[in-house]
Design a protein around this ligand. Sequence first.
Ligand SMILES: [Fe+2]
Ligand SMILES: [Fe+2]
Length: 378
Amino acid sequence: MSIEMSPNEALIGRTDVDDLEAILSVTNTDVGELVHTVADNADAIFTWDYEKGKRPALNKLYEKAKTSQWNGETDLPWDTDVDQEQVVMANAAAGGGFEEGIDLAGTGFEHWGDAEWIQMGIESQNWTLSQFLHGEQGALLCTAKIVETVPWIDAKYYASTQVMDEARHVEVFAKYLDTKLTGHYPVNAHLKMLLDDIIADSRWDMTYLGMQIMVEGLALAAFGFIHQLTTEPLLKQLLRYVMSDEARHVAFGVLSLKEYYGELSQAEIRERQEFAFEAAVRMRDRFLQQEVWERMGIQPAKVLPLVLASPQRALFQQMLFTKIVPNCKKLGLLDAGDGWLRQRFGELGVIQFEDWQDTGEEYEAFALAEGEVESSTA
Ligand SMILES: [Fe+2]
Ligand SMILES: [Fe+2]
């Protein structure tokens, strides 16, 4: 990093985190490709210390995971009929209308009627579920990497159960998109950049920080938000099941890094703070869903300032950080050094969540109740 460069420029490629032009200039350039290759730069680690339960919290999580598996094919009510248009209207009615408090005057699309707003809602669902799908594949790859790179046997055991969980998540989101919705979107450029950065980092704990703490922390909050709001029963149940797994995954990150960060130097911790900030910004950028506006024939640069100014949008954006901030605090990342990350989260407008419940133990509350999983023999 050069001396003249501001920290923001070095980390996220722009000085002002809200620089919309810079955000929109990042686009996915290989949307036509069937595969995407990233060098993962890491050593595979054997351990000869097989003592199970040396890390009791991880061992407990592993035992919990073994008895919490569900079957994406047989445990969800796939025979549910999903009328996407009807879902969009019902969700809008429940949320108080289509325009989300945005003032459309003078924007060029104040003429939009219900038909356009419904189409927008449908595209938005297709986009949202597509990004969840791509993020789940990111989790699958990251966790397979952790099986190889983490030096502790209890963590290798646990991570192997998460690999299975993530395969199931990819499977059910793909099936939902293919059989219930009306189109896919390629991976969002900001999400892709983040996933690439996480996979490419050679340090095993950075995989955890990027995936288990940041991406999955956000996913847990976002799934919870949509689970609460959606009027579509199949998606509601699908998210309920996925969240019961995700809560364990985030706990895995918190419990593993809590131990490891105790051994790191101030300079090493600072690198973790910077990585957490970069990930937070990428995830915020991705939720602008610029590709949806493009597909609707509206220039994102025209409409996004209005979207960003709406109070509902601000609430949604903040809500995404309700798990991440308390977990970063628990890991000591907020206040380490000169409190660098505390200040950054303050600038992003999310520091107020620091004393919300962290996810180290919360997975117990998310667990599926006895009998909640439908019988696979049905
Ligand atoms: Fe997942
Ligand atoms: Fe996960």
